[in-house]
Write a protein of this length. Structure first.
Length: 118
C-alpha cells in the first residue's frame, strides 16, 4: 500500500474557513478508523484531537488502548488526552499505530451568544 502521509495531526492539511475545527488524527494509512459526529458532541476542541478532553475520554481511550488500537497516552498528558502544561495542540497526546480518529464534521460550532460578542 502507498503511504498517504506520515503526519499524525491533520495529515491531509485541511484548513476550513472557520474559527475552530478539529481535523483527523493518527495513522492516515490505518486499517481501523474511529469516526464521530463533530467536536461539539465528541470532544477534541482543547487538544485539537478527536475524542479528547471530555469526562468520558479516559474510559474511551483506555478501551482503544486495551484493544490494541492505540499505543496509549503520551507522557505529560492527562488521561483525557489533553496535555497538562503548555499549548495542548503542541503535543501529540495519543500514540497511534494503526488507527485514525476523525469526525464526519470537523467544524467546532460556536454558540450564537459567543458570535454576538465579536
Amino acid at each position: 500500500m502507498q503511504n498517504v502521509t506520515d503526519q499524525i495531526r491533520n495529515p491531509f492539511g485541511m484548513r476550513p474557513d472557520c474559527p475552530s475545527f478539529v481535523p483527523g488524527y493518527g495513522d492516515a494509512n490505518a486499517d481501523f478508523h474511529v469516526v464521530g459526529d463533530r467536536p461539539g458532541v465528541h470532544g477534541g476542541t482543547a487538544a485539537g484531537v478527536p475524542f479528547t478532553g471530555e469526562p468520558w475520554s479516559p474510559a474511551f481511550l483506555s478501551v482503544l488502548s486495551a484493544a490494541g488500537l492505540i499505543a496509549g497516552i503520551a507522557d505529560g498528558v492527562d488521561p483525557d488526552g489533553v496535555a497538562r502544561e503548555g499549548d495542548p495542540t503542541a503535543t501529540d497526546p495519543i500514540r497511534t499505530d494503526r488507527t485514525f480518529l476523525s469526525y464526519l464534521h470537523m467544524l467546532s460550532l460556536i454558540h450564537i451568544s459567543e458570535r454576538a460578542g465579536k
